[in-house]
Design a protein around this ligand. Sequence first.
Ligand SMILES: [Zn+2]
Length: 468
Amino acid sequence: MTTRDADRAVSGWTLCSAGGCEGVTGSAHLLMTEDARVLVDVGLFQGPDDEEANRAPWPFDPRSIDAVVLTHGHLDHVGRLPRLWADGYRGPVFATAATLAVAEVVLRDAARIQKEDRARARRRARRAGVAGDAPRPPYSDNDLEAVLARGRPVPFHRRFTVCRGVHGTLGRAGHVLGAAWLALDGPAGRVLASGDLGDADGPLHPPPEPPPPTDALLIETTYGDRRHRSWDATARAFAEVVRRTLERGGNVLVPTFALERTQAVLNTLQVLEARREIPSARVVLDAPMGERMTDLYRRFPQTLRSAIADRLAHGDDPFHPAGLEISRGGGTARELRDARGVVIVAGAGMLTGGRMLQHLAFHLGDPRNALLFVGYQAEGTLGRQIVDGARGVRVLGDSVEVAAEIAIVDGFSAHADADALDAWWRASGARVVVPVHGEAAAREALADRVAATGASVRQAHLGEALPL
Ligand SMILES: [Zn+2]
């Protein structure tokens, strides 16, 4: 490999990404020294046309990897782990105990969806009289169980042996339950992977811990070109929508992702109700995976804000608004068909599936109700169609009029904004910075600010070796 002077490694590490370097999903960064290969995250690509990318050959031999370290349990950071095992990886999987627990729920759910999708594709092909079979899933149940059994919990701040000649340290990233940044010390220097960094102002997690000094840095750039409004402003906007909807006798439908957003919404409802900023109401959580994740938040309070962890320690539940009902069976939407004044929390966050669709079918056509979005709606999703102003949409095969109030409260982000990212990489003192996990505009905005300080900015490309 030839390298220009300006591209010379300062850390002794070389990067080869299998995703998450030129977009926000599919994070998988192989970090190599002469003797060691450590894969940081093994995420799934999550765009609407990414099926092929998730089946594409690895740019490295999975059997040659010494260890995997997971920064957190989001599907775009762990989703290809069982496939890595199916393709020959046999080493340990290091992460915080909370991240391993979250990843297990996420991966089992993904495996279930994968099976359902295949069964549906087979039925459709049979009906259409098409010969052949739907493509086989890239991993089996046995692969999933085997790789879950290789989980090795690592506490925060304790230096651990990743493989021969390499030590790791995890620090709190404040992004979702258990989330960490990772410092890797090799024989010639240190590389730091930020993972996803949380919003300093968020309701559940304290700001990310400052980085240790490092030679090279991989930093996420989801919001590399944007600033968030304050949490107070977000909570006020959220309260206003809930209050006016309940006061006119409507229902509030809040689509949420199971991890972090569900808990943030439940906690916010509880806090606002206690402060009498919203009236007391029935709150129905109709999200089995959201409830499983909420249980993990109760079990692993270590990464939560101390005020929330203290409440848990005293037997108080910060995820339980007074009127909370947790639906157990699948018929809740039908039961709530004629209900008034109910807050319904259910998945999926972008209306790509999940039980919220059943609720929408009953409530989207009534102007008294509100559909309250608290997260980004990606291109190609039902959520995006509605946010973009569609007057009628297809929900579970039926046409539904969009007559409910459509409200967007966008401060619930679990990611650091541009100012927070800048403060973080500056504190690391890194001489080589690789912006990852961002769309081009966000990555370039941060890259320009880094370059202005004289540090070397390097762009990683899928499958290419990049000395750090
Ligand atoms: Zn994440």
